[in-house]
Design a protein around this ligand. Structure first.
Ligand code: SF4
Ligand code: SF4
Length: 235
């Protein structure tokens, strides 16, 4: 517990709201397929999430307005990803100094243009650590902030206790993200560990839609905005 507490202390300083440890053994085959053996050799993932500012996300329906786009990219993407990367870097150094193996996985970067994903799924780690479920939008949904959270992961073999079981989905009959997507990228199926992502989400539809937009208007985020777990009426 000492090690966990020390790591959490580092994360707390940078405003990390969600902090957990996931056992990766149940998904080792999927990790190997996505990231290769260098990524798959780690037994645990430290998963961390920072909550996006509501005032910025709540303006997404007005994303034809240049100020809305610029504020969103700055405060809901670049700055939060930098804070996550910085925290992951500090935690990695701390663990490496204690002679554990670590690999920080960058926040918000696609390493495969073909699959439109990174070398490791931050959402999957957060789900396995018990911090939320993977919704019909394929985003990690937390009970308190919905999908309004950005995630990062540090893979490690440090002796940490896992923090929870994967959370059961709570989307129920809700279909709001499926209906809100302007290009119909979601099929409306619930997440299943053994089912490929393509069964639920056609990432290329979203990517094409955004690439067709003029710079700097290449954002959408309606699947983040609309989820009732994040969109609270009193916000
Ligand atoms: S960002 Fe927009 S286009 Fe892309 S999946 Fe979400 S709702 Fe659909
Ligand atoms: S909008 Fe509804 S269906 Fe989509 S992820 Fe949120 S709760 Fe699930």
């Amino acid at each position: 517990m000492y090690l966990y507490n020390e790591l959490k202390k580092i994360a707390d300083q940078y405003g990390v709201k969600y902090f957990g440890v996931a056992d990766l053994s149940p998904v080792s085959d999927e990790i190997l397929k996505q990231g290769g053996s260098e990524v798959a050799e780690y037994p645990l993932a430290i998963t961390m999430g920072i909550v996006l500012p509501d005032s910025i996300v709540n303006r997404l329906p007005d994303r034809k307005n240049k100020a809305v786009v610029i504020d969103y990219k700055h405060h809901a993407y670049d700055i939060i990803n930098d804070r996550l990367d910085f925290t992951a870097s500090l935690i990695s150094t701390y663990l490496q100094d204690k002679e554990y193996n670590v690999m920080p996985v960058p926040a918000g970067r696609k390493t495969s243009q073909e699959k439109l994903c990174g070398s490791f799924s931050h959402k999957l780690a957060a789900h396995l650590a018990g911090l939320g479920w993977i919704g019909k939008s394929c985003l990690l949904i937390t009970p308190e902030h919905g999908p309004r959270v950005r995630w990062i992961t540090v893979l490690t073999d440090a002796p940490l206790e896992v923090t929870g079981e994967p959370m059961a989905e709570r989307c129920g009959d809700c279909n709001l993200c499926v209906e809100a997507c302007p290009v119909g990228a979601f099929t409306g199926r619930n997440f299943k560990e053994d089912e490929p992502r393509e069964e639920r989400y056609q990432a290329e539809k979203c990517d094409k839609f955004l690439q067709m937009k003029e710079k700097p208007y290449r954002i959408c985020g309606m699947c983040i905005y609309i989820c009732p777990y994040g969109l609270k009426e009193d916000k």
